[in-house]
Design a protein around this ligand. Structure first.
Ligand code: C2E
Ligand code: MG
Ligand code: MG
Ligand code: MG
Length: 283
């Protein structure tokens, strides 16, 4: 991009642009193969209840350990998947996989966990989404009430009327709705109120400097206060230290998720983490 060159100037040829688009094309075709060959995985990050320390559920996060490219971060491949539409089959795979895994844990005695799956804007506007979710729940036998979908404000606001209809249908089959990265979007209180939302996930950027930044403390308090008024459940993401945890607990935040408790874990490691934690609480 010819940044700073004035808006009437042409973007001059830059080898870096070419490299970039080639890299994206390569990433796209590699991702397509990865999906076909089963290279993708889900990792699971626990969400803990701040009152009793119990694990209420987890967020499923895509991981791509590519034999050729090494570990590719979702920050790299999700935007490419979103632009190319690959996110639709990819997201459907993730939804099914998360439900299958939760049912497998349930069979092992890890019952009552809620699994949260992220939905991108493109997935949210896909006409088949509701039907896909209904059939995945049916096929895996999972209760809709154990599924939570994490959606950003902007994804819902692409088409507010269609968004509201879709959310209502999802609610009618028991599925819970969380607003992801809350605080970074533009929705007002009154718009938020018009959508059947269960949970707000406070964006990591507000949590990061809670200990040192009075503005972030004020904003986080305001979000918690507002959530209480609207009777919404609140999860703080990116909790990395005890100062943040204490601040959030004292102000009535319901759940926390972050490296202080655990990084996203492969399925077996997640099950072991939950078991260890349950034993520690019972002891
Ligand atoms: P997100 O949904 O906001 O997920 C939270 C991100 O914060 C994850 O990054 C997680 O690993 C990271 N995180 C959690 N706790 C901490 C912490 O204490 N400190 C720090 N520094 N980071 C923390 P990840 O796994 O790299 O995912 C990035 C984004 O990619 C996600 O953001 C989500 O928007 C997207 N994504 C991941 N999996 C999926 C998926 O299955 N479908 C879709 N549509 N998007 C996905
Ligand atoms: Mg999320
Ligand atoms: Mg988030
Ligand atoms: Mg995010």
């Amino acid at each position: 991009q010819a940044k700073g060159a004035g808006k009437n100037s042409f973007a001059f040829y830059s080898p870096a642009d070419d490299d970039n688009s080639i890299a994206r094309l390569e990433l796209e075709s590699a991702l397509r193969c990865a999906l076909e060959h089963g290279e993708l995985e889900l990792h699971y990050q626990p969400k803990l209840d701040l009152r009793d320390g119990r694990i209420r559920g987890m967020e499923a996060l895509l991981r791509w350990p590519s034999p050729g490219l090494g570990m590719v971060s979702p920050q790299q491949f999700i935007p490419v998947a979103e632009e190319t539409g690959l996110i639709v089959p990819l997201g459907k795979w993730a939804l099914r996989q998360a439900c299958l895994q939760n049912m497998a844990w349930q069979a092992q005695g890890l019952a009552g966990l809620t699994v949260a799956v992220n939905l991108s804007p493109r997935q949210f506007s896909d006409a088949d989404l509701l039907g896909d979710i209904v059939s995945i729940l049916h096929e895996t036998g999972m209760d809709g009430r154990q599924l939570e979908l994490e959606i950003t404000e902007s994804a819902i606001m692409q088409d507010a009327e269609a968004g509201r209809r879709l959310l209502r249908s999802l609610k009618s089959i028991g599925v819970r709705i969380a607003i992801d990265d809350f605080g970074t979007g533009y929705s007002s209180l009154s718009t938020l109120k018009q959508f059947p939302i269960d949970t707000l996930k406070i964006d990591r950027s507000f949590i990061a400097d809670l200990a040192s930044d009075p503005e972030d403390r004020g904003l986080t308090e305001a979000i918690l206060q507002m959530a209480r008024t609207l009777k919404l459940h609140v999860v703080a993401e990116g909790v990395e230290n005890a100062v943040q945890q204490t601040f959030l607990r004292e102000r009535g935040c319901d759940e926390v998720q972050g490296f202080l408790f655990s990084k996203p874990l492969a399925a077996d490691a997640f099950a072991a983490f939950v078991q260890r934690r349950r034993q520690a609480i019972a002891a």
